[in-house]
Write a protein that binds this ligand. Structure first.
Ligand SMILES: Nc1ncnc2c1ncn2[C@@H]1O[C@H](COP(=O)(O)OP(=O)(O)OP(=O)(O)O)[C@@H](O)[C@H]1O
Length: 261
């Protein structure tokens, strides 16, 4: 699947917190429109790596490139305009705002400036606001959220809040969405709804995903390629079938189980 220059290229990235090597010399790539999984036992460095890619952390070492351009120096609030958006392990919506307004918050700063200045009723600003309205409608239809647009986000069931968060990540037409444990806390019908929504998104939009998840059934059903972290280091990579049979991966997971038993 990895033909041509990768969309995302993580090269020898480390993130140390004092003496703790949370991520230690990790390299991985994500091709355009590919769905890649990042798995590993608790504390293996998955979220830390997602936080480096989304510019929450400046890595201690290594480089991250999007479309062959280094993203070091890009501010965290500028990363969506570059083409990388994300969802969080715990839902981070504006709970008192409507779904529609939460989705609007995902538009990039250039578009939002248009939205604010539309108070001046400039024709260009009005056109831009209409375009944002259309983007919101399109994403809501794609995710099955059209009936929820005027509901207050905090009143929605958990699964719909997670879909709203995905919608917010989609609204700026990113090249890459980082999903940090998207099904954590979901019941099985909510998980199925998310899998179906992600399949629709893939069919409709040219977007790649890098997803961190513990739920193996979810990972196996969606990803084309997997990377496995343990104690901050990459210990395996390959197709889901290949990784599932890798003795080092089985040991990493069983090791956790043994330590707990
Ligand atoms: N801001 C921080 N300061 C200090 N240590 C941190 C920080 N963030 C993470 N760590 C540590 O780095 C290591 C990796 O944590 P991380 O959250 O990236 O793992 P994870 O693989 O995402 O785990 P989980 O699956 O449990 O979410 C852990 O030992 C964690 O305690």
């Amino acid at each position: 699947m990895n033909t041509g220059a990768p969309l995302l290229s993580v090269d020898n990235v480390s993130m140390h917190f004092g003496g703790l090597k949370a991520v230690d010399g990790v390299s991985l790539t994500v091709a355009a429109q590919q769905v890649v999984g990042l798995i590993g036992p608790n504390g293996s460095g998955k979220s830390t790596l997602i936080n480096v890619i989304s510019r929450i952390y400046d890595p201690t070492g290594g480089t991250v490139k999007l479309d062959d351009k280094e993203i070091a120096g890009v501010a965290v609030h500028e990363i969506a305009a570059l083409g990388i958006t994300r969802t969080f392990q715990n839902v981070r919506l504006f709970p008192t705002m409507t779904v529609r307004d939460n989705l609007r918050m995902g538009t990039t700063s250039a578009t939002r400036a248009g939205f604010v200045t539309s108070g001046l009723a400039l024709p260009a600003a009005r056109r831009e606001e209409k375009a944002v309205d259309q983007q919101v409608e399109d994403v809501a239809v794609l995710l099955g959220l059209e009936a929820q647009l005027d509901r207050v986000a905090g009143d929605l069931p958990y699964g719909l809040q997670k879909l709203t968060e995905l919608g917010r990540a989609l609204i700026s037409n990113p090249k890459l969405i980082l999903l940090d444990e998207p099904v954590a806390g979901m019941n099985s019908s909510e998980k199925q709804a998310l899998v179906a929504a992600l399949r629709r998104v893939r069919a409709a939009r040219p977007v790649a995903f890098l997803l961190v998840e513990h739920d193996m059934a979810f990972v196996m059903s969606l990803t084309e390629y997997l990377y496995v972290l343990n104690f901050g280091k990459l210990i395996a990579q390959g197709s889901p079938e290949h990784v599932r049979a890798d003795p080092g991966v089985i040991e990493a997971y069983l090791g956790v189980g043994h330590a707990e038993s």
